[in-house]
Design a protein around this ligand. Structure first.
Ligand code: SF4
Ligand code: SF4
Length: 70
């Protein structure tokens, strides 16, 4: 099944706070060594969940599949 919803990180906006990595309980992210998230398991992202974007202080997270952000 093609994945239709997963986070996209704006690396220019991201301030490497690690909040999203700590917040997501689904293993979608891993830390990249510099504090920024890597989307390592997009298939684990819960469709229409926006939890990590809501708590990102830099508004650096949008979602593939989200028409509002395209
Ligand atoms: S949208 Fe939800 S499930 Fe997907 S990465 Fe963010 S917190 Fe995790
Ligand atoms: S919460 Fe936002 S600013 Fe913090 S690491 Fe994640 S994407 Fe970057």
């Amino acid at each position: 099944m093609a994945k239709t919803w997963y986070p996209i990180i704006d690396r220019d906006r991201c301030i490497a706070c690690g909040t999203c990595i700590a917040f997501c309980k689904h293993g979608v992210y891993e830390e990249d060594g510099n504090g920024q998230p890597l989307v390592v398991a997009p298939e684990n992202c819960v469709e229409f969940c926006r939890g990590c974007a809501k708590i990102c202080p830099a508004e650096a997270i949008s979602y593939f599949g989200d028409d509002e952000n395209n």
